[in-house]
Design a protein around this ligand. Structure first.
Ligand code: 5GP
Length: 120
């Protein structure tokens, strides 16, 4: 697992189209694309196009409230687009103990199979 860092991440390359991604939704603020190592039949990552210090949720400041809300709302839009009417799971991993590997905040949307709790 990557250690926390403020440096550029692989997601910058995806945003800048330097490496390909399977984009499922995009607007001026957010980008949603399929996870390269899916943990469920549907596994999508939603990221802000501008990181603005949001390497991880625990770095959130008041100014990030709007983008945080938009990331969550995008999860709803993507779930609908993917046909996840039976439900889906939204995950944000924060930091090493949660297994965060990319330090550009991202929301996971997982669906298409029964989810169990706790995830382990
Ligand atoms: P984290 O563990 O940080 O919450 O999640 C990072 C996610 O990014 C992982 O699920 C990993 O599979 C995904 N990922 C890492 N590199 C790439 C990439 O280059 N392309 C895509 N589409 N997903 C990636």
């Amino acid at each position: 697992a990557a250690v926390p860092s403020d440096g550029p991440t692989i997601f910058d390359k995806i945003i800048n189209k330097e490496i390909p991604a399977n984009v499922v939704f995009e607007d001026d603020k957010v980008l949603a694309f399929r996870d390269i190592a899916p943990q469920a039949p549907t596994h999508i990552l939603i990221i802000p196009k501008v990181r603005d210090g949001l390497t991880r949720l625990s770095k959130a400041e008041e100014r990030h409230c709007e983008i945080l809300g938009r990331l969550l709302y995008t999860a709803k839009l993507v779930a609908k687009q993917e046909g996840l009417e039976d439900g889906f799971r939204v995950v944000i991993n924060d930091g090493p103990q949660a297994g965060q590997s990319v330090y550009h905040i991202h929301v996971h949307v997982l669906g298409g199979r029964q989810m169990n709790w706790p995830p382990g």
